[in-house]
Design a protein around this ligand. Structure first.
Ligand SMILES: O=c1[nH]c(=O)c2[nH]c(=O)[nH]c2[nH]1
Length: 300
């Protein structure tokens, strides 16, 4: 049998402007408010011709999608990352017939107010709140929007109340068992809401608080166990949340061998290793819910 020339066909495709950095300042007299966003737009729909024939008749330019982000920030403000993303997604799907689905990803960088005693009545000074970012991803397919909120870069550490032992010992296992170790991670979490009638800021603050409380309050025999406790706590305390996916790098703290210096290391001096790192990931679901948060590809 001779194989004929294989025909290529177009598969999943999407397009839009990635990473529009928009900063919206709102002024209430001398008190200013800041929203600092990184917005990515991905549109899909009736886009066969642009790929296959070169006709751009159905193409809303990526440049226009970027302009829409800036114009909406002016016209509607940014009440929350989720609300802003929902508004954008709805706009692209309802204003352009060929566009059937819009996926908006927002990363929000948090600024805290600098409360300086000698700053006078003006309240216009801010300090970036570490590496933490808030995320929102909205997919609107015409039928309605689905919202996945999250956070990245939330670094936490327990200086005790963590053990790790009882694991498999094969011929390559060298890790010593421990009854008292440092447990540290950078929380990367995404959680999916059942609907869109949600107080986004309050829900985000509550989810973040529950993640922290579960991390601090769980006596840990593994990061896997801590992960499940964190996810379960969010699902149990936020009735609107259907599932949560957590990606937790184990920020290893190895005890330094001080014996060569004639010193005892009584769980006091650690080497904070950068890489490699264990990477513990799982989804925690409300019983009966469908897992719809996609698994991220392996890093980086
Ligand atoms: O909490 C942990 N889980 C593991 O699976 C693991 N593996 C490892 O080497 N250290 C740890 N720690």
């Amino acid at each position: 049998m001779t194989a004929g020339p294989r025909r290529a066909v177009l598969g999943q495709n999407q397009y839009g402007k990635a990473e529009t950095r928009v900063v919206r300042i709102t002024r209430e007299g001398t008190t200013h408010h800041i929203k600092d966003l990184n917005v990515s737009v991905a549109l899909s729909g009736d886009m066969d011709d642009v790929h296959l024939t070169g006709s751009n008749a159905n193409v809303l330019t990526t440049d226009a999608t970027k302009n829409t982000v800036f114009a909406f920030a002016k016209e509607h403000g940014v009440a929350s990352a989720e609300e802003f993303a929902l508004r954008l997604a709805r706009h692209f799907v309802t204003s352009q017939e060929p566009i059937r689905s819009a996926r908006i990803h927002v990363e929000e960088y948090v600024w805290d107010r600098i409360e300086a005693p000698d700053a006078g009545p003006a309240r216009h000074s801010f300090v970036r709140a570490g590496r933490e970012a808030r995320t929102a991803e909205v997919v609107h397919d015409g039928a309605g929007g689905e919202v996945v909120s999250g956070l990245t870069g939330l670094v936490v550490l327990n200086s005790t109340a963590s053990e790790f032992h009882g694991y498999v010992k094969d011929r390559y296992t060298t890790l010593p068992e421990t009854r008292d170790r440092v447990l540290a991670t950078e929380v990367n979490a995404r959680w999916r809401y059942a609907g869109t009638d949600v107080d986004w800021d309050a829900a985000h603050a509550l989810a973040r608080e529950q993640l922290l409380h579960a991390f601090a309050g769980t006596y840990s025999y593994s990061l896997q166990q801590t992960l499940y406790a964190m996810g379960a706590r969010v699902v149990e305390r936020l009735p609107d949340v259907e599932e949560i996916r957590l990606s937790l790098p184990n920020k290893h703290h190895f005890l330094v061998d001080l014996e060569p210096f004639g010193l005892e290391n009584d769980n006091e001096v650690y080497h904070a290793a950068d890489r490699p790192y264990g990477l513990i990931e799982a989804t925690v679901l409300r019983d009966g819910a469908q897992p719809r948060i996609p698994v991220e590809p392996a890093r980086p």
